[in-house]
Design a binder for this molecule. Structure first.
Ligand code: HEC
Length: 131
């Protein structure tokens, strides 16, 4: 009885760990870090800022919205990055999209200094997105 519980806990923990490693592998293999940082902006908002924006504005649809943006690309949602666009990744499976979306959403607590958005921008409409 106890052994089976330990095995079950081990399995659950192991699969969690596996999912987060998978997410990082998928992200690295697809070159996402060329534009995104976890905590800091590059040519695109940080994953932490994306997590916050989606949790705040998409609520229950956050995961589905992120999966859709990765699969189909995105432009114009984050005005300060409108010089750049999110390419589409239509070769990723639904499972891979879900793993990456969950990983991105789990980074929300890592946001620092407004997710790398300059303070002057945060004064206006974007403030609510990134506070
Ligand atoms: C060429 C640069 C570039 C690359 C490479 C890139 N992105 Fe993006 N990404 C962007 C830009 C720019 C935006 C902001 C789009 C907007 O304003 O709508 C963005 C936005 C996003 C969003 C937010 C979408 C939303 O609806 O809130 C997610 C999630 C995302 N990227 C994930 C990824 C993942 C995962 C990868 C790799 C598979 C990746 N990005 C690769 C530039 C990039």
């Amino acid at each position: 009885m106890l052994t089976s519980k330990i095995v079950l806990i081990g399995f659950l923990f192991g699969s969690l760990l596996l999912a987060s490693q998978d997410a990082q592998t998928i992200i690295k293999d697809n070159g996402c870090f060329a534009c995104h940082g976890i905590k800091t902006k590059k040519r695109a908002p940080s994953f932490a800022a994306i997590a916050n924006r989606n949790k705040r504005f998409e609520g229950e649809n956050a995961q589905a919205n992120i999966m859709n943006s990765i699969q189909n690309g995105s432009h114009g949602k984050y005005p300060h990055f409108s010089d750049n666009a999110m390419p589409f990744y239509d070769k990723l499976s639904q499972e891979e999209l879900r793993i990456v979306a969950d990983y991105i959403l789990a980074q929300s607590s890592k946001m620092q200094n407004g997710g790398g958005i300059p303070k002057s921008f945060r004064m206006n409409t974007m403030q609510k997105d990134f506070e």
